[in-house]
Ligand binder design. Structure first.
Ligand code: ADP
Ligand code: MG
Length: 657
């Protein structure tokens, strides 16, 4: 009753359970606060049962074979740990109830249940550790801070690009003569029109309780970032998904379009969603911050070792958790981490760990805290516990780990689930080994430390190869990583295999069972194939309906002009360059047609296969063919008469503000 009264006071007429099916987006089905009190009398009603449980039909959500459409019963259940909120869209005002989603058979059909379970799992592993090391806490939470990157373009131009409408990315588009080389957009002053957009979505976000804090221009032209203050994992993720939707809606109001795709523009930076991850006790101690409890941070050493070992042992699963068709275009490209999973710790921590590995001596770290610039007038300037390495996929940043490989449009839920699960797994193994040494005898903090160090040493040694402080974008690292036998899975479809791995099934015990993991594998493969199919279809359609007609007009103009010239200029050598030019242009166009046809043949062939072969075939054959076609079309764009070119160009999309 209280929730209904509050919502209706704010103008709400409907309520919805907001849940996260495996499409990666959110889903909602609105019901009005309306019921019969008797056959002829309508009342406004919202019962406890309606708050707690819903039953959307749900037959069309992906379940990866866990539920057939004829057994469509799926349930939503209220998640009281995430606040309800009121969503205003157009003239509609709706009470939104964050929820979980599961099937009649009890199978997990969403991203939230595993996330909440993984939070509990890592929490209990850590509580077990803290009981030995003398840190007081009854509860632990994963905290997540998400830095959301995005592009903004003018909506009128977006509306003229079928690829941006359908996929949120450009499938063609020549690089403009000036791109991001001058780095003049990064942290540049935000232009008025963009700032007005940012301001409005921030105000709307704050109204929904999303604590947006940071805004700035990113490296690529037209690219920006927004970051809320970190929150408990499941709330931060709910908020991120709502924020993305809010940004899209508010952009429309400003005649802008907000692009959340991982790689909207070839040749420029893609967009990521940096996921900052840490573990905090209910007593307010950040367990990933070694300076939070400077006199007692054995737990930090052990958790750090567990994180390193987890990345070592579950590198492929971690890679899988950030896999998608869109992210494949981004990883390993401009300013994006490669597909090799490694960890950056910084000099001081490296030294600290090396020391432990060699001598077993666990001393507190002496952080060099103050930076001396030799300028008396300035206040004392502090520095962080580590420098930064912007090239690392997974970097320690002083009081948290930053996962930089996640794509901008993705739900962070599965990545965070994987982080929690794998750290819980490594930590549990370490604790089991340490505990066997006591054989039932009483444990004191100092005897625990003594027993723990040799285990820490072994785990550090074993996982050594995934620690890397150099430039992750360099060729040397790729060669070095290969020699160290680290995986470099550049194609997401290959990374999804990690979901079927026995080691994953074991680590996911209590989070998702084997069937549910297989379901996720199937959905990942299917989604990849579906998106790639749309992309290939679009490339062909755009080529024949817009690009070829424009290019052939250009060709005709050149040919007509040459034939008319031949009537007045008899010496052929005077028009030699022009004829060569027309010749080259014709060859390029001819090649483009060949590639467009080959692309279509391959696409058709893929669609005759079943998944997972279909997804693999798309990844190995169709996508690369699309890249070849794109290359030629982009070359054609650069030489066709600007007035004939039908699609807004990169300079119009990115440099007009
Ligand atoms: P950067 O310098 O990496 O761009 P930002 O300020 O843009 O940093 O974003 C850092 C993000 O990390 C913010 O969302 C911030 O709230 C978050 N963060 C800070 N401390 C923690 C923590 N203990 N756990 C999780 N996230 C954190
Ligand atoms: Mg940032």
């Amino acid at each position: 009753v209280a929730i209904k009264d509050w919502a209706m006071e704010l103008g709400a007429t409907h309520y919805t359970h907001l849940f996260q099916p495996l499409t990666g987006a959110t889903a909602e089905k609105h019901d009005a606060f309306i019921d019969w009190s008797s056959v002829d009398q309508v009342i406004e009603k919202f019962s406890g049962k309606q708050l707690i449980q819903g039953e959307p039909d749900a037959s069309s959500f992906p379940s990866g074979g866990l539920r057939n459409t004829f057994e469509a019963r799926g349930y939503t259940g209220w998640d009281p740990s995430s606040p309800v909120f009121i969503w205003k869209a157009g003239d509609g005002v709706t009470l939104c109830i964050p929820s979980v989603f599961f099937s009649w058979t009890g199978h997990v059909l969403d991203n939230k249940i595993p996330l909440l379970r993984s939070d509990a799992k890592v929490s209990s592993a850590i509580l077990r550790l803290l009981a030995f090391t003398g840190i007081q806490a009854d509860d632990i939470h994963t905290t997540i801070g998400l830095e959301q990157e995005y592009f903004v373009v003018d909506r009128a131009f977006r509306d003229l690009r079928p690829d941006l409408i359908a996929l949120g990315k450009t499938v063609y588009g020549a690089s403009p003569p000036k791109g991001q080389e001058l780095q003049d957009h990064y942290f540049g002053s935000v232009k008025d029109r963009i700032l007005n957009f940012m301001r409005e979505f921030e105000v709307e976000a704050l109204k929904l309780g999303i604590p947006v804090k940071t805004r700035h221009n990113e490296v690529a032209p037209g690219q920006h970032e927004v970051a809320p203050v970190f929150e408990k994992a499941s709330i931060a993720i709910d908020h991120n998904i709502v924020l993305m939707e809010l940004m899209r809606q508010v952009a429309n109001k400003h005649d802008l379009s907000c692009l959340l795709h991982e790689k909207p523009f070839e040749g420029l930076n893609g967009s990521g969603k940096h996921c900052n991850w840490s573990l905090v006790t209910n007593t307010g101690i950040n367990l990933i911050d070694p300076t939070d409890t400077p006199e007692n941070n054995l737990h930090f050493l052990i958790i750090l070792t567990a994180v390193l070992h987890a990345v070592y042992e579950h590198a492929d699963l971690l890679r899988c958790s950030i896999g998608s068709a869109g992210n494949d275009y981004r990883l390993g490209g401009h300013e994006a981490p490669p597909a090799i999973m490694s960890v950056y710790l910084g000099d001081q921590l490296e030294e600290f760990l090396n020391n432990i590995e060699k001598t077993g001596a666990h001393k507190s770290i002496e952080w060099k805290k103050v930076v001396d610039l030799g300028l008396k007038a300035l206040p004392e300037l502090c520095r962080d516990n580590t420098d930064r390495n912007r090239t690392s996929p997974f970097a320690f940043t002083g009081n948290k780990f930053e996962m930089r490989a996640l794509g901008s449009s993705a739900s962070p839920a599965f990545l965070v689930t994987v982080l929690n699960v794998m750290v819980a797994d490594s930590l549990t193994k370490m604790l089991d080994e340490i505990e066997t040494k006591f054989q039932g005898n009483a444990v004191t903090p100092s005897s625990f430390a003594e027993a723990a160090i040799p285990v820490v040493q072994r785990y550090l040694k074993e996982s050594r190869n995934i620690r890397y402080s150099g430039n992750n974008y360099s060729e040397e690292w790729i060669a070095d990583a290969k020699q160290k036998k680290l995986s470099n899975i550049t194609k997401s479809v290959e990374s999804f295999e990690a979901l079927l791995d026995n080691n994953t099934v074991r680590a996911f015990d209590g989070i998702l069972n084997k069937n549910e993991l297989e379901g996720r594998y199937e959905i990942s493969m299917e989604t990849y194939a579906t998106i790639s199919n749309i992309e290939a279809n679009l490339m062909r359609e755009l080529f024949y309906s817009q690009i070829f007609p424009a290019a052939s007009k250009q060709q005709k103009e050149m040919a007509e002009s040459l034939s008319q010239l031949s009537l007045v200029i008899s010496a052929k050598k005077i028009t030699r360059k022009q004829r060569e030019y027309l010749n080259d242009f014709t060859v390029a166009l001819e090649n483009a047609i060949i590639l467009a046809n080959e692309l279509e043949e391959l696409r058709k062939k893929a669609m005759q296969m079943d998944n997972p072969e279909r997804a693999r075939f798309f990844s190995l054959n169709v996508v690369p063919k699309g890249k070849e076609l794109r290359k030629i079309v982009d070359e054609i764009e650069a030489v066709v008469d600007d007035q004939l070119w039908p699609l807004p160009k990169y300079r119009e999309l990115l440099f007009i503000f």
